[in-house]
Design a protein around this ligand. Structure first.
Ligand SMILES: NC(=O)c1ccc[n+]([C@@H]2O[C@H](COP(=O)([O-])OP(=O)(O)OC[C@H]3O[C@@H](n4cnc5c(N)ncnc54)[C@H](OP(=O)(O)O)[C@@H]3O)[C@@H](O)[C@H]2O)c1
Length: 411
């Protein structure tokens, strides 16, 4: 069923990303809107192909191809450039058509320097705000992150609410958090100039909860949370940690954003799109163990020593991954402990979405197995080391992944 009240024309940034691709799929599926996507690429054809490739990840049987052809206009642009990299006439025409702007583009690296993130995440958001202020409705959906809580992320006395923003947090650990906090401030401040915003703060985004689909090779940024799983599977060790480890399916995030952007009664609201079924890191690693991956949780100090000595290995050889680079940076430069953390509260969002019929898959073996299965099919994850328990449920998982029967039988 289509959301009849949804704005007729949507301008979307970040459509070639993990979340933007899923937002595009859901806009095509559940609204009748025309969607203008801003994308980067060598030329317009390449931009269009990149948007289509991501859509295909989430719509693998091409059910939305006709909708894509008739309802999506791809524009070549860049949020770091004046007028978003568009010609003056295209920019003005786009402004005159747009009823809702969804800004999901960002540089999502948790490791980059602030100078590299700022032009995209902060100044880019400023340009999108200016664009939106020039539209008739001035209606902006801004995709922020639960990590705007900065260094409070590792303070176990904090329960970060949707109504929280400035807790006096610092941003010594991750420049990404600082850039997103600054961008969120700009969105909030633009209320004075007439901007009608809604802010969405997703948690750690994983693939589609039904198919497991995730654009591993189609996006430009390494999915750090997937890299963490892969590093755990390959090296068979992780630090013992009881941080709130969020695993939120991308379909819950995109459906949540769309459902909560359909009306006109909830401007200036903030939503936490984290998984309401909160789990610790140790519990999530336990689910990977249940599936058949031998992963030991080592006391944090022991893990750090092994990391420092280059003793995190695969088949006896030193291992390197984005996740290990991140651990090195965070343990030895930022001096963070991952033993425990704050919790992100999402009860307000969960109850609003439940009334709108949008629910989130819980973090259980079924969900993690869906992701593992999809990752193995793509050659991204290794097979489990103890395959007994895995094989017992694997057939089920393959069929639940919506594969054509013939393909399922071959596996
Ligand atoms: N992934 C998560 O777990 C997570 C968690 C919380 C919040 N978020 C937020 O959710 C949003 C989407 O994240 P994601 O995971 O989908 O990120 P992603 O996969 O890294 O995609 C980022 C998107 O932004 C685009 N982009 C980057 N620089 C741009 C520029 N200069 N001009 C125009 N577009 C540009 C990228 O285009 P290219 O393909 O050309 O690079 C891509 O489409 C971001 O705002 C992020 O901060 C994500």
């Amino acid at each position: 069923m289509k959301l009849e009240t949804f704005p007729k024309t949507v301008f979307l940034t970040g459509a070639t990303g993990v979340l933007g691709g899923s937002i595009l799929k859901d806009l095509l599926q559940s609204t009748s809107s025309h969607i203008y996507c801003l994308a980067r690429g060598n030329d317009l054809a390449n931009c269009r192909e990149r948007v289509r490739a991501i859509l295909h990840v989430y719509d693998s049987n091409g059910a939305l191809e006709a909708e894509f052809l008739s309802r999506v206009t791809v524009l070549r642009g860049d949020v770091t450039q004046d007028r978003l990299g568009l010609s003056a006439s295209t920019f003005a025409e786009l402004q005159s058509h747009t009823n809702l702007t969804i800004h999901a583009a960002a540089n999502t690296s948790l490791l980059h320097k602030y100078q590299r993130l700022e032009p995209i995440n902060v100044q880019g958001t400023g340009r999108v705000i200016e664009f939106c202020l020039g539209t008739a409705e001035k209606n902006l959906v801004y995709v922020s992150t639960f990590t705007v809580m900065g260094d409070k992320t590792f303070d176990n006395s904090v329960r970060f609410q949707e109504t929280d923003y400035d807790l006096g947090q610092g941003f010594e650990y991750m420049n990404y958090q600082r850039s997103k906090f600054r961008a969120e401030a700009m969105v909030r401040e633009a209320k004075e100039r007439g901007l009608k915003w809604r802010i969405f703060r997703p948690g750690q985004i994983y693939g589609d909860s039904i198919t497991g689909a995730y654009p591993h090779s189609e996006t430009q940024a390494t999915g750090l949370f997937y890299d963490l799983f892969k590093t755990a599977m390959d090296t068979r060790v992780m630090p013992e940690s009881y941080i709130h480890y969020d695993v939120v399916p991308v379909d819950y995030v995109s459906r949540g954003i769309i459902a909560l952007s359909a009306g006109a009664d909830n401007f200036f609201d903030v939503y936490h799109l984290t998984n309401p079924d909160a789990k610790t890191f140790a519990q999530v690693m336990g689910l990977l163990r249940e599936i058949g991956y031998a992963i030991d949780l080592l006391p944090e100090e022991v893990y750090k020593q092994k990391l420092q000595r280059g003793e995190i290995t695969k088949h006896g050889k030193p291992y390197m991954s984005t996740m290990l680079k991140a651990f090195n940076l965070w343990y030895f430069t930022s001096k963070i402990s991952f033993y425990d953390s704050a919790t992100t509260d999402c009860e307000y969002t969960r109850s609003k979405l439940e009334k709108l019929g949008v629910t989130c898959a819980p973090i259980n073996r079924k969900l993690i197995e869906t992701y593992v299965d999809a990752g193995i099919r793509e050659g991204y994850f290794p097979s489990p080391t103890h395959s007994d328990s895995y094989n017992a449920t694997r057939t089920q998982a393959v069929f639940s992944a919506n594969l054509p029967i013939e393909q399922g039988c071959l596996i």
